[in-house]
Design a protein around this ligand. Structure first.
Ligand SMILES: [Mg+2]
Length: 220
């Protein structure tokens, strides 16, 4: 068996559009009667919580209540719909070039997995996006209640692939200390800077485009 390859999602397979996320949260705030800047700040402050708990409506309700606002069920449904549509649209932005690389790596015989620190709406959109069929395994933090760089989430992915972590190659931009987390469980790490130079102090192989990955896997 060729070595399994495990990918991060945002800023690895597609642009993470962090500014767009804030804009959408601002629109959600207006739908539920909260102050946009305050809800955006509450979203940022609750990032680690949102990775491992709550669906979209629960998130808006909890955060709005922290701001002293009590949305109606209808307002929550509208805000949730906006965020879900954004997540689906974001996953649809994956480039044809990236899909070609994934198809090439997969066709070579590498088992493929995803580990994403992601909130519920991204995980929900995954099965409908054209990335999903390229992967044998997808592990989302919100679904397993674990987030990178917790060693357990890398082990979950390896176990679902039927592989030892030390056999796996992890490819990511480096957010949330994910590269150190992967290395800590014995994975070979490849940093990508295609969308964002997230972890410039990482001392190891790096690629500036996912297109460089197939050659790196052939000649490590
Ligand atoms: Mg990332």
């Amino acid at each position: 068996m060729l070595r399994p390859v495990i990918f991060d999602l945002f800023h690895t397979l597609l642009h993470g559009v962090d500014d767009e996320r804030d804009r959408v949260v601002g629109e959600m705030a207006l739908l539920v009667g909260a102050d946009p800047a305050e809800l955006v700040a509450a979203y940022h402050a609750s990032w680690r919580e949102r990775l491992v708990r709550w669906d979209v409506e629960e998130t808006v309700e909890v955060l709005a209540r922290r701001l002293g606002v009590t949305p109606t069920a209808e307002q929550l449904a509208q805000a949730g719909a906006l965020r879900r549509a954004f997540a689906a649209g974001l996953l649809a932005t994956v480039s044809a070039g990236t899909l070609e690389v994934l198809d090439s790596v997969r066709a070579s015989g590498h088992p493929m997995a995803l580990i994403s620190n992601a909130t519920a709406e991204a995980a929900a959109a995954w099965s409908q996006c054209n990335l999903a069929s390229r992967f044998d395994v997808a592990v989302f933090s919100c679904e397993v209640g674990l987030a990178k760089p917790d060693p357990k989430i890398y082990r979950v992915a390896a176990e679902r692939l039927g592989a030892d972590p030390a056999e796996c190659v992890f490819v990511g931009d480096g957010a949330d200390d994910e590269l150190a987390g992967a290395a800590a469980v014995g994975m070979t790490v490849v940093r990508t800077t295609e969308y964002q130079d997230t972890d410039p102090s990482w001392d190891g192989p790096a690629i500036s485009s996912l297109g460089a990955l197939p050659a790196l896997l052939r000649n490590p």
